[in-house]
Design a protein around this ligand. Structure first.
Ligand code: AVI
Length: 332
């Protein structure tokens, strides 16, 4: 992996919390005991899961990444237009896709006052990768990785002098992996942590014909299936769970109410799974939900902005209207 070529200022110190394994065990057991049964999708992203997601994002059927990149390429100038000639900072929630961030950062380069890139993630490996990538490709950018939850990271950055107004990126429809109430709570927390004049750019995947959605979440190459199964592999390895990988199949369904695509692992035979000291009995045909990927309509986007107290500045979409990047300002 490439390393950053200059010193990187870190502002990190995760809050003490339950040891990782205990927290994971508690989350997994409460999900498996709930109805419908579920597993938290945040545990997808171990090293292999992150690599599988990168692979998904290059699949022709997984249009989200490709279409959002095209939007950023086409509308990047308008997205960075609110930032004058002074210093500014691009905050990347989730230390996301380098190709996307690159498209915005390079438009801010060459400004006399400079630009800072602040990737935010809980995983040190993701931060190292993001800073190495940007440090290697855009040597004019200052680097300030933050290892913390999103709201906390923004509060930390707000108290640091010299960073200028911020463009906070929450791309890739990551918001879609949250239930609406959780998404609203997060957006409110972000708005409160942002300063007047800071902007948030949020990616929303829009409702579209079902066959397109089905192929995106159940691709013929089986990469999404492998991504879903990797969750069980991780739980077997890290919690000593006894999921028999042969006894499940990947299922992607459409919920028209949220609306959302949902990913499941369905038992193909009755199972008795040990997780920690507990045993979970699953019947043949029973499903465990592993992810929701909400899809949006224009009015929902308006509602999210208003609910969180942002002022809408612009909406950037591809010609087919499959994906929207919404630009919102934190008001004074
Ligand atoms: C990261 N997130 C926005 C992806 C999505 O589309 O919900 C994760 C994913 N799950 C299956 N494929 C991709």
């Amino acid at each position: 992996m490439q390393r950053a070529t200059r010193p990187v200022e870190r502002c990190t110190k995760p809050r003490p919390q339950l040891p990782g394994g205990d927290r994971m065990l508690a989350d997994v057991l409460s999900g498996l005991r709930a109805r419908p049964r579920s597993l938290p999708s945040r545990y997808f992203y171990d090293d292999r899961g992150s690599r599988l997601f990168q692979w998904i994002s290059r699949l022709p059927d997984y249009y989200l990444t490709r279409v959002e990149r095209e939007i950023l390429e086409r509308s990047g100038d308008a997205m960075v237009a609110p930032f004058g000639d002074g210093p500014c900072t691009v905050v990347d929630l989730g230390a996301g896709d380098g190709h996307k961030t690159h498209r915005l950062l390079r438009r801010l380069l060459g400004r006399p006052a400079g630009v800072t890139y602040a990737p935010v993630d809980l995983a040190q490996a993701a931060l190292d990768e993001a800073t190495a990538r940007v440090g290697g490709e855009l040597p004019g950018v200052s680097l300030r990785p933050v290892r913390a939850a999103y709201g906390r990271a923004l509060r930390q950055l707000a108290s640091q002098p010299g960073l200028g107004p911020k463009l906070v990126l929450f791309l890739g429809s990551s918001i879609g992996n949250l239930e609406h109430a959780a998404a609203r709570a997060l957006l409110r927390e972000l708005r409160i942590a942002m300063r007047p004049g800071d902007h948030l750019l949020v990616g929303f995947d829009m409702v579209k014909p079902l066959p397109l959605l089905r192929r995106a979440y159940d691709d013929p190459q089986g990469v999404t299936r492998a991504f879903n199964f990797n969750l069980l592999v991780r739980l077997n390895r890290e919690l000593g769970a006894t999921f028999d990988l042969e006894a499940y199949r990947h299922v992607a369904t459409w919920d028209p109410v949220r609306p959302a695509m949902e990913s499941w692992l369905e038992c193909t035979s009755a199972q008795s799974v040990r997780v920690g000291r507990s045993t979970i009995a699953l019947e043949m045909g029973e499903r465990i939900r592993t992810e929701i990927s909400c899809k949006y309509r224009d009015q929902q986007i308006t509602g999210f902005a208003a609910d969180a107290g942002f002022t809408e500045v612009g909406r950037f979409a591809d010609p087919a209207g499959w994906f929207v990047d919404a630009l919102w300002r934190a008001p004074g």
